[in-house]
Ligand binder design. Structure first.
Ligand SMILES: NC(=O)c1ccc[n+]([C@@H]2O[C@H](COP(=O)([O-])OP(=O)(O)OC[C@H]3O[C@@H](n4cnc5c(N)ncnc54)[C@H](O)[C@@H]3O)[C@@H](O)[C@H]2O)c1
Length: 264
């Protein structure tokens, strides 16, 4: 028996990277069905072919409330209920420092990154709330090392990830005892995470400098390796499993190679 037998999930930003690893792992753990909401479905095509009955893709933008409603409705109609929401879609700022902003680019970058990284998750939570209360399910959000430390991003990305931690705590308090709300905080992970359009980084990807990124992260963390998306997937399984984490809410589980125990 898998840990998620008969469960259903909606996962945002799961066509690629960490979200896709979570979607595939949920299927491996016996999930009845997973709905992916992403603005670019191309990287998911092989997985969609491999799981024609249990994986459904919705092309949409997490900044649009109706796209979340569509994804949640599809999960409930096709698989009978919604047990887990994973809010994961995000964009990066490639560590842009304050000194390089004009007032105009700051304004546009904040609007874009907060709309995707924070509003996208709040819209997902709003759209999923009733279905998750009905199933006594759970929400899991992807935050980051940048959600609790400095240095994982620039000021706008770091602020957006700290905001997700605040959102998790508040929603956990509001939705208890019906729905558990938790987060996973990955460290530097080898994905194709993209940058902000307002900063002209929309075609830039962490994968462009994969070797350099892998070395920088490996040198910086006590466990001495840059993580792969699959390294985090088990935590999303744990937090989704009613049997194995029913007493956990309002927490962020870090998966970052030990950043918190770096020597001073
Ligand atoms: N890669 C890292 O080092 C790292 C570290 C910590 C946290 N994270 C977080 O992990 C999450 C997943 O990122 P990843 O590294 O797997 O990158 P990724 O680019 O592989 O995955 C992000 C997905 O989100 C989608 N997306 C982006 N904006 C969207 C929008 N407006 N609407 C719908 N979909 C959208 C992308 O198309 C992509 O499929 C993000 O929230 C990111 O901030 C990444």
């Amino acid at each position: 028996m898998g840990w998620l037998e008969n469960s259903t999930a909606v996962i945002t930003g799961a066509a690629d990277g960490i979200g896709r690893a979570v979607a595939l792992r949920y299927l491996e753990e016996g999930a009845k069905g997973v709905v992916v909401l992403d603005r670019d479905l191309e990287p998911l095509s092989a997985a969609l072919e491999a799981h024609p009955n249990r994986l459904i893709a919705v092309q949409g933008d997490v900044r649009e409330y109706q796209d979340h409603v569509k994804a949640i409705d599809l999960a409930v109609k096709n698989f009978g209920a919604l047990d887990v929401l994973v809010g994961n879609a995000g964009v990066y700022d490639f560590r842009r420092p304050l000194r390089s902003y004009s007032a105009e680019t700051m304004s546009e970058t904040l609007d874009e990154i907060f709309a995707i990284n924070l509003r996208g998750n709040l819209f997902a939570a709003m759209a999923a709330r009733e279905a998750l209360i009905a199933s006594k399910g759970s929400m899991i959000f992807t935050t980051s090392v940048a959600g609790i430390h400095a240095g994982g991003g620039g000021v706008v990305y770091t602020a957006s990830k700290h905001a997700i931690v605040g959102m998790i705590r508040q929603l956990a308090a509001e939705l208890a005892p019906d729905v558990r709300v938790n987060g996973v905080g990955p460290g530097g992970t080898l994905t194709s995470l993209r940058g902000s359009e307002a900063l002209g980084q929309e075609t830039r990807s962490m994968a462009d400098a994969r070797d350099e990124v892998a070395k920088r992260i490996g040198d910086a963390v006590p466990l001495r390796f840059a993580q792969d998306p699959e390294d985090h997937a088990g935590l999303y399984v744990l937090l989704a499993s009613k049997r194995n984490s029913r007493a956990i809410t309002g927490e962020v589980l870090m998966s970052d190679g030990g950043i918190g125990i770096r020597p001073l």
